[in-house]
Ligand binder design. Sequence first.
Ligand code: ADP
Length: 298
Amino acid sequence: MSEVLEARELSRVYDADEPEQAVRALDGVSFTVERDEFVVVVGPSGCGKSTLLRLFAGLIEPTSGAAIANGEPVTGPDPDRAMVFQEFNLFPWRTTRGNVAFGLEMRGVPEAERNRIAGEYIELVGLDGFAGRYPDELSGGMRQRVGLARALAVDPSVLLMDEPFGAVDARTRETLQRELLRIRERDRKTILFVTHDIDEALVLADRVLVMGADPNRIAATIDVPFDRPRYGRGLETTAEFTALERRVRSVLRDEGPDDETTDEQETTGDREATNEHDGADVESSGDPDAVTTVSENS
Ligand code: ADP
């Protein structure tokens, strides 16, 4: 069995004991993530994406069903599954090195060794020369990198990433996406990544889970057939990429609140804002194999 993560009829209701206020945040979600697979979850705000990650991180418990990691139900946090948030909550009183070394310190790794490992990951995320800086001396993109290095430094096999690049500008986001893919090539990680940016999902993922709202569950699973590496080859301008993007968007339109597409465009800004797909071809039952002949050489 090579799956690392499995959601088995996973449901979570908040405030379940107060029927008036109960929120069904996840409603019977089932899927698996294979070892070293990069799975991206997209969906409208409120469809349960963060809840899903928090269940796998062991930060909250399911109301029914199970989040399973390496064959065992998740019962609490485990350093082998690192959660990476949009806001990294770095310790402001610690330097870059101190923040990156934090998890190692918690594990009792001796100082010289943890500084060596921290230095390696600081270099890996491109922050050489900034090891002695404090968070408020770094740009937003740099702080994201510190957070990423901190998560990677304890060498987890699973990364649970909750819109990790959602708060940085488009250019920095692309740089961080590239670095994540490069790091993943080097270290092999199983990644469950949440975003509401469809382009980001299609650039990163082996497979995209499209979630719908009401009920909050998976509406479609879409294999992303593009060869890697995916950057620098004009992938996003190819007909195949656009067709797949349209397909994801049509599922979201069918499953989400009526105004979701517009909301997401406003939220994600940049590329999305120029893509007006309302009224475009609907390919909701399209065959993913229809887009397997991909040219990245344009
Ligand atoms: P997403 O990440 O897709 O935006 P969330 O998982 O954050 O969705 O939230 C799913 C639903 O659960 C939303 O309706 C949200 O308001 C609700 N919710 C999330 N966290 C809590 C909480 N701690 N208490 C009550 N409701 C919550």
